[in-house]
Design a protein around this ligand. Structure first.
Ligand SMILES: [Zn+2]
Length: 318
């Protein structure tokens, strides 16, 4: 087979999608599974929830310690809406300068506490976080400087959070333009294998469009459906799928899209169940590839399907 190659230790990168609070728990479960399976990683990237968990992991914080923090966390640690400020802003300033319910400060403070090192440069493996520059509307990949600030910028859902200022520019949730930024590490870190953990809540059928109107945080559900509606190139609607990088490096791409219990933002109550479910599914779905991931078996040549043709148009916009 022409695109099989004999390897010893493959270079593996992970991509963590956006996914709100539910995604934070899910990605943590995913990382616990990788750790348990002793899969070594050479690069990581994430967007929104994936940027928060990925940054904490890349900084060297033990995943189990982070999971313990998550098991008791209350929403007030990362979201502090000020209703008084909203009223004052609307009445006295006609909404001028009002850019979101909550400042990102509490989230930045919380993330800073969870990090073992405070900059991208000090991370144990290369890490990148995706955000959107709200002035230019273009995507911004953070790879250097203050880690916590960039992680939270990547996760600052518009309207819910005020945009985060970094070096004079303002940034919001990168999931608005890219749910999982595969191209920030693929073709850039000489990777043999890419594992995408996709934990974004899906809105798959028209009947589901009625659900937001009945959910506890209707505004957030509507925002979620509108902002994060695009479909990434790698999805297949199967819990696990394999692909090849369509952008040049031909890396073997494993996509895990777990079925997870619902968890409405910003509720954290059944987060531990989401975490456990994601961990179990990661172990299950990666089992067939474990020898390959550890360098004991060759990377198989997988068939190119029709999605990859579409991917060549949409997945490679570095
Ligand atoms: Zn690639």
């Amino acid at each position: 087979m022409s695109n099989q190659k004999k390897i010893t230790q493959p270079r593996i990168g992970i991509v963590l999608s956006s996914g709100g609070v539910r995604g934070v728990y899910a990605h943590t479960g995913f990382l616990l599974a990788l750790e348990k399976m002793q899969i070594e990683l050479q690069a990581a990237t994430g967007c929104s929830a994936g940027a928060v968990v990925g940054g904490i992991f890349a900084s060297g914080t033990p995943v189990q310690r982070w999971a313990n923090v998550l098991s008791t966390i209350k929403p007030g640690r990362f979201w502090r809406p000020s209703w008084f400020r909203l009223l004052w802003s609307l009445l006295a300033r006609k909404g001028r300068g009002y850019s979101g319910f909550s400042s990102a400060d509490s989230a930045i403070e919380f993330c800073t506490e969870q990090l073992r090192v405070q900059t991208f440069e000090q991370c144990q493996i290369p890490f990148h976080a995706l955000a959107i520059n709200i002035t230019t509307g273009k995507k911004k990949i953070f790879s250097e400087g203050n880690l916590a600030r960039s992680m939270v910028a990547s996760a600052a859902i518009p309207v819910l959070y005020q945009p985060v200022e970094i070096d004079g520019d303002y940034y919001s949730d990168g999931g608005v333009i890219d749910l999982a930024p595969t191209d920030t590490i693929c073709c850039k870190h000489n990777l043999d294998i890419l594992i995408v953990h996709h934990a974004t809540q899906r809105s798959t059928s028209t009947s589901k469009l009625n659900d937001p109107m009945n959910s506890r945080w209707t505004l957030i559900e509507i925002l979620n459906n509108l902002l994060f509606r695009q479909r990434p190139w790698y999805l297949s609607d199967k819990p696990v799928a394999v692909r090849r990088c369509p952008c040049g490096c031909n890396a073997f791409v494993i996509v895990i899209e777990p079925e997870l219990p619902p968890l409405a933002w910003p509720v954290t109550n059944n987060g531990p169940q989401v975490l456990q479910s994601a961990q179990e599914q990661t172990e299950l779905y990666l089992k067939p590839y474990i020898e390959m991931l550890k360098g004991n078996a060759e990377i198989p040549a997988c068939s190119v399907d029709e999605l990859e043709t579409e991917a060549q148009k949409t997945g490679c916009q570095g």
